[in-house]
Ligand binder design. Structure first.
Ligand SMILES: Cc1ncc(COP(=O)(O)O)c(C=O)c1O
Length: 412
């Protein structure tokens, strides 16, 4: 009789993980209220009318995650990234350094403003952009570092800011997967010049779509100019001075803001549930040979809980085959790498805009993707009871104990 579920044995877990995101009564009520008030959009014909959910969200966000002057609600993290680059005045001829281990949006953003993307490798400990690799990649055209706190784990922001200061660079933090994470006691999105967050449906605080840009007054080129195609007070002043400020529409709707306001406090509570579960899971995984820890900050969130797989302790079974076996055991919310993506420079979704990236090779990102890094979706899995964490460890132990069975069934 086979033991492993992949071969027809009984899985460790049979029940599905909860559907994400749950929809709460408070959110339904908030949306209904805004609709009843007839204020689904932020701007009325007569100016900034409406129920001001977005304004309330700006204030509530800054109160919960202090450290920046402004929080601008946007239509997505993609638009927040673009806005950050535009606010920094980055465009054609400029280079922006990005990591290869991310969702490709981080690498596409510079192209959106006509800048060139340069890749620097991630650090071998937690797969976030490595400050030393960044410094080595700087040229006379480099204008910005666009780093990613991948999975909720934090890039080494103190070192990154020191590099940026030495070379007079703008720092944009892609916090799409890290809302609520703190690095060395300070919230991500408040270390660099700009912080960009995502509220898309799979993220830690979803409103279907949505994003947030955090920034200081000094770095703000025009605030609502970005919501009104240039029809705003700052533009009137600029035109009077013979200047023109570009405007476009990056706005979040009042409906999204109402949902997010109903979720904001809960997001912080959920972070602590994830942290507690991560600690328990980590202590169980520490007992398993061949499963390595990914260093973490004590107050970081877990969009993905990552661990390092050493095939040598599993008789050479490749991590992808191991992950298939784990999924069959019912632990099926897995990431194939830090970002669930191949290194971005070889992604079919990365648009090089005529530049040749065929010689780019980041060994740490490659090793993470091909051999080492496995993530468990922290969004829903790490919100479960402690027994769900035990199931994960039990499933890994079961596979290890029956590794010969997995090897003999390989390829079937
Ligand atoms: C690291 C990262 N950056 C940016 C984005 C883009 O976010 P959005 O879908 O809100 O545009 C995502 C979304 O998956 C992401 O994971």
């Amino acid at each position: 009789m086979p033991k492993l579920a992949i071969n027809g044995g009984t899985p460790i877990r049979t029940e599905p993980y909860p559907i994400w995101p749950p929809v709460l009564d408070a959110e339904i009520e908030a949306v209904n209220r805004v609709l009843r008030e007839g204020q689904m959009g932020r701007i009325t014909r007569f100016g900034n009318g409406g129920s001001n959910e977005t304004d309330k969200l700006r204030e509530a966000w800054t109160a919960q995650y202090p450290g920046k002057d402004y929080a601008l609600p946007c239509s997505s993290c993609c638009t927040a990234l673009e806005l950050a680059l535009r606010n920094a005045g980055i465009g054609p001829g400029d280079e922006v350094i990005t990591p290869p281990s991310t969702w490709v949006a981080s690498n596409l953003a510079p192209s959106q403003v006509g800048a060139d993307v340069v890749f620097a490798d991630v650090s071998p400990d937690n797969y976030c952009l490595d400050p030393e690799a960044v410094e080595a990649a700087i040229t006379e055209r480099t204008r910005a570092i666009l780093l990613v706190h991948v999975g909720g784990y934090c890039a080494r922001m103190d070192e990154m800011m020191a590099v940026a200061e030495r070379h007079d660079l703008v720092v944009i933090e892609d916090c799409a997967q890290a809302q609520g994470s703190k690095y060395k006691g300070r919230f991500v999105g408040t270390w660099g010049h700009f912080g960009c967050f995502s509220f898309d449906v799979g993220k830690l605080m979803p409103s279907g779509e949505g994003g947030m840009l955090t920034l200081d007054a000094d770095d703000l080129a025009g605030d609502w100019i970005y919501g009104t195609c240039g029809h705003a007070g700052a533009q009137i002043d600029a035109l009077a001075e013979g200047r023109h400020i570009d405007g476009w529409n990056y706005r979040m709707t009042e409906l999204q803001a109402a949902i997010l306001l109903a979720k904001l406090g809960r997001a912080e509570e959920e972070k602590w549930v994830r942290i507690k579960n991560a600690e328990h899971l980590r202590s169980r995984l520490a007992e398993i040979e061949g499963i390595g820890d990914v260093p973490h900050d004590p107050e970081q969130t877990y969009y993905s809980f990552m661990f390092k797989y050493d095939a040598a302790a599993f008789k050479g079974v490749h991590k992808r085959r191991f992950a298939e076996a784990l999924a069959a055991e019912g632990i099926n919310k897995l990431f194939s790498s830090p970002s669930d993506q191949e290194p971005a420079y070889r992604s079919a979704y990365f648009n090089p805009h005529g530049r040749d990236y065929s010689n780019v090779f980041c060994p740490v990102a490659e090793r993470a993707y091909e051999h080492e890094a496995i993530g468990i979706s922290g969004v829903e899995v790490l919100l479960g009871p402690e027994t769900d964490m035990d199931q994960i460890a039990d499933a890994i132990v079961k596979i290890q104990d029956n590794i010969d069975e997995l090897i003999s069934s390989d390829g079937q």
